[in-house]
Design a protein around this ligand. Structure first.
Ligand code: UT7
Length: 335
């Protein structure tokens, strides 16, 4: 009997915008300090897409992933993009990437909305197409341009986020490498812990009721977060999600060579690591340079870890994310 089909990560790529925004720059914009931001989050600077669009970042990350995989765009049979800041309401950013990279006409391309868990949701879906033999090669992208959702006068959120994109090429294999287990979860009842309304334009058909103040109007477009509450739920759900992935893959936490968590806050990552009894050197962090890039965070970190030689063939790498929705997700992969 032939061995099971698996989705192997054949290549990685990422793109970070040129513009760097440091904690010191933020000191000049809101009442904050480099010291507060570093102690509470671990972030020193982040990148801002001043000239790049969502598609620009996604396409560049994807091109780099194709190059690293040694795969041409014409071989891609599926494009899935995790994003909550798409190029347009429609068409999907995945369709824009298909066009920009000259991926074949007819190949399915679609976006998934799962906020900071967007990349792992996209990976979970694409992996199932590959493992079922429907697509031999798939492009999976996580991209967000959160700078467009942020109220830059709100110090409780504007110091946390940055822009960026990461991508992987999945390739069908009957070898041992590839996704061993993957889970995705949501709890829509807790939607109001972390959200960005991005209100639609008013129509002449909807009664507006009481006039809202221009201040309310202004704030209703932007990202809102209950930081403390989000922190606690993030640790709890990420630990549970990792344990589920390990159980489904039939391995123990001690076998994890590298944990690549969503880069939201170094204190969240530390609390997660301690609950799994993982040594510090087995957990990847780059949030000091980029902040929280939402769906970009895990594939950017994976690309850097891979380029730094942190992953060898056969190593177990585990991803875990948490974000608005609420959503959370984890995957265990043999490199
Ligand atoms: O992608 C997943 C989604 N997001 C997350 O995972 C974020 C989860 N939450 C967090 O990372 C943390 O809760 C934050 C970093 C957002 C906040 O850290 P905290 O230790 O929970 O601080 P806090 O919200 O309890 O605020 C402590 C104090 C407050 O002042 P008072 O009320 O104690 O006087 C805030 O007003 O810090 C103040 N504060 C700031 N001070 C300087 C809040 N933001 C700032 C700031 N600079 N930027």
């Amino acid at each position: 009997m032939a061995a099971k089909l698996r989705a192997k990560i054949a290549g990685t790529g990422s793109y970070l915008p040129e513009k760097v925004l440091t904690n010191f720059d933020l000191e000049g914009m809101v009442e904050t300090s480099d010291e507060w931001i570093i102690t509470r989050t671990g972030i020193r600077e982040r990148r801002i897409a001043a000239t790049e669009s969502c598609t620009d970042m996604a396409a560049k990350a994807a091109e780099r992933a194709l190059k690293s995989a040694g795969v041409t765009a014409s071989e891609i049979e599926l494009v899935v993009v995790g994003t909550v800041t798409p190029e347009m309401s429609f068409p999907s950013t995945a369709c824009f990437v298909q066009s920009r990279l000259e991926i074949k006409t007819g190949v399915p391309a679609f976006d998934l909305s799962a906020a900071c868990s967007g990349f792992l949701y996209a990976l979970d879906v694409a992996e199932k197409y590959v493992a079922a033999g429907v697509a031999k090669k798939a492009l999976v992208i996580g991209v967000d341009r959160f700078s467009q959702l942020i109220d830059w006068s709100d110090r409780s959120t504007c110091v946390l986020f940055g822009d960026g994109a990461g991508a992987v090429v999945l390739s069908a294999t009957r070898g041992k490498s590839g996704v061993m287990a993957s889970n995705i979860h949501s709890d829509g009842r807790k939607w109001d812990m972390l959200y960005a309304p991005g209100e639609a334009a008013k129509t002449p058909f909807v009664e507006q009721g009481d006039q809202r103040s221009s201040d309310e109007e202004h704030r209703s477009q932007y990202l809102s977060m209950s930081g403390n509450e989000t922190f606690k739920v993030a640790v709890r759900t990420m630990v549970a999600s990792i344990k589920e992935a390990l159980k489904d893959a039939g391995i123990g936490a001690e076998e994890i060579k590298l944990l690549i968590p969503h880069q939201a806050n170094q204190r969240i990552i530390k609390a997660t690591r301690e609950r799994l009894k993982l040594p510090e050197e087995r957990v990847y962090m780059n949030l000091d340079k980029y902040g929280n890039t939402s769906a970009g965070s895990i594939p950017i970190a994976l690309d850097e870890a891979s380029r730094e030689g942190r992953l060898k063939r056969g190593d177990i790498v585990v991803f875990v994310a948490f974000g608005g929705g609420l959503t959370w997700s984890s995957a265990a992969v043999r490199w």
